[in-house]
Design a protein around this ligand. Structure first.
Ligand code: MN
Length: 284
């Protein structure tokens, strides 16, 4: 496997409709991207055969992501969380995804106001162990994305996430790292990648302001040198929240445009990331 660069679908639209997909997929291919991350918050709304044909025609691989709804928290109702992620997993598989990640263990912006408890972690294990098992049967990886302290109290760092993955005890579970969160929580982004090593094969590349990669304060050379150092050969998927559903924008506290338009991300941001990947020997 070689390193691939991709883009989260939210660059184009807030929901995967046939019309939005027909705009996004050819455009992603035109900019040399190889992966599109599809939000699977409402998997039943996706026209799977249409998506598969479109992705195949443009040689784009799909991946999937989600966060849990407020009424299906793994920490409070593990069975509801399990069923929500399982349903998305089946659609992800039908689409051809090899990875389902994101905040698969909680809702964005949900915090108790206290440190995570043993009981909360145990409920996440109960919710996600059967999901990991089903993912394994489907030949898929399940990612848990640690987020910054303002979006969750449960998993903020790579080290915390690894400890929880050990408890789930499934080799196909991964730490879904995101440079935006790492920039807030880790002792340097390179450090976070070194802690996670091979257990983070799918990563979100996001600038310090969620905008155009290369225009903020992330130390990208440190990040890519660390990726090269751990022999990274997975997917680097750019997350730039140009278009978000209102409830997600609210949960993530995105209150102003993070880029001029999507072309600023596709032209400037994508070429910055391709340049870094080449410079550090991650791609040819
Ligand atoms: Mn992310």
């Amino acid at each position: 496997m070689a390193t691939r660069i991709g883009m989260h679908f939210s660059l184009w639209a807030s929901a995967w409709t046939r019309e939005a997909a027909e705009q996004a997929v050819p455009e992603a291919a035109r900019y040399g991207l190889e992966v599109i991350e599809i939000p699977l918050l409402a998997p039943e709304t996706i026209d799977v055969p249409h998506a598969r044909d479109l992705l195949a025609a443009h040689k784009i691989s799909p991946s999937g992501s989600l966060c849990l709804p407020d009424d299906k928290l793994a920490t409070k109702d593990p069975a509801a969380a399990r069923d929500f992620v399982l349903r998305a997993l089946e659609t992800a598989h039908a689409l051809g995804c090899k990875f389902l990640g994101g905040v698969t263990y909680s809702a964005l912006g949900y915090k108790t106001g206290k440190a995570p408890t043993e009981a909360e972690y145990e409920n996440i294990v109960v919710a996600l162990r059967p999901v990991a098992k089903r993912a394994e049967e489907l030949g898929m990886l399940l990612g848990l994305e640690p987020c910054n302290r303002y979006e969750t109290h449960l998993l903020n760092t790579a080290a915390q996430s690894l400890a929880l993955l050990d408890r789930i005890g499934a080799p196909n579970t991964t730490v879904h790292l995101d440079t935006y969160h790492m920039n807030i929580e880790e002792k340097g982004i390179g450090h976070g990648f070194r802690v996670a090593g091979a257990r983070a094969p799918y990563i979100h590349i996001s600038e310090s302001d969620r905008g155009v990669p290369g225009t903020g304060t992330i130390d990208w050379d440190d990040a890519f040198a660390a990726l090269a150092g751990i022999g990274f050969a997975g997917d680097l998927v750019i997350e730039s929240f140009v278009t978000l559903p209102p409830e997600i924008a609210s949960a993530l506290c995105v209150w102003r445009p993070v880029a001029k338009d999507r072309y600023e991300v596709l032209e400037q941001g994508v070429s910055t990331i391709f340049g870094l990947a080449r410079k550090h020997g991650l791609t040819g």
